[in-house]
Design a protein around this ligand. Sequence first.
Ligand SMILES: *Cc1c(COP(=O)(O)O)cnc(C)c1O
Length: 374
Amino acid sequence: MVIGKLRNAQLVINQEALYENIRHAKEYAEPGTDVFVVLKANGYGHGAIQVARVAEKAGANGFCVALLDEALELRDAGFTQPILVLGITDPTDTPIARDNQISLTVGSSEWLEQADQILSASKTALKLNVHLALDTGMGRIGFQKPDELKSALAYLNQQADIFGFEGIFTHFATADSKDESYFKYQYQNFRDFMAVIDHRPKYVHVANSATSLWHKKCEGNLIRLGITTYGLNPSGNEITKLPYQLKPAMTFQSTLIYVKLVQAGKSIGYGATYQTTDNEWIGTVPVGYADGVPRKMQGFSVLVDGHFCPIVGRVCMDQFMIKLPKKYPYGTQVTIIGTSGAEKITTEDMANYLGTINYEVVCGFSSRLNRKYV
Ligand SMILES: *Cc1c(COP(=O)(O)O)cnc(C)c1O
């Protein structure tokens, strides 16, 4: 994959913001709580390796990822901290996880049996460390009932030279919601599961970012810190009261690469969906939907010299056009996310315009965009 290092567009990642967000999470957590920074999807688009370096300095105790490949990327880069893969890994690949001391998520006894066969066939002195996922109401992966958990625990106990029982966890579907009723229902289910456990593993964890902010008293000794690492509010616009300030780490900057005066009645872009109504200064920005600025962004305003400038015409694959208040020279900065003069555009603004959440916006910025670390 080519990274556009010689183009006039980049994501600027503020490492101090990442550092402070992690420090604040650690300081706010209940005493004795570990923080694993979630680095899936290339660190929510911020760059997994660079975020991991900052997280290490900020005192993160480990990392979570979604895929075994993402865990291996971290091991290959030399990180020796605990890493947990949150998704389900194919049993065939379990020896790779074991040999690299990467912990895996288990959601069923069938998986355990299949993994056992494969691991036993290539037995080593190392064990595969596992975290048992409990489905308390997320409906995604995990043991469904306490008695299923019980038989899995018995199995682990029997195969203690193959598996290390390192953790048990659940994931809340509505920790970011003002209405707490479903959260309470899930929490009760979690307690019902925990009642069948006779010895607690090293890690018991229930907290994503939202849980760590608004339900921190929940049982558990590990936070899986995702979106707040990056300074974004897990609740979007719903819960805006935060126990500490979040600092967004990412801004998105480009520049004008072409500026022209267009006569009234001319069309701009594919489909000729925009007509100038007057003589208009039109600027071209070298960013498009292949970079993660979707076509639906038509009509959204970006910032030039502290002025909001609407995207006119359709967003192309690699470029879009904006209406400028006056002539600006080639190379003038264009801010897609960030501040310009007295004005600001947040990831949240972009998410709201697209009818989605900040998570999807930052994950959507493609690898073609260079990430610059400051
Ligand atoms: C992605 C993920 C997280 C992190 O969630 P945030 O809302 O970004 O903090 C935590 N736990 C699980 C299981 C996840 O899949």
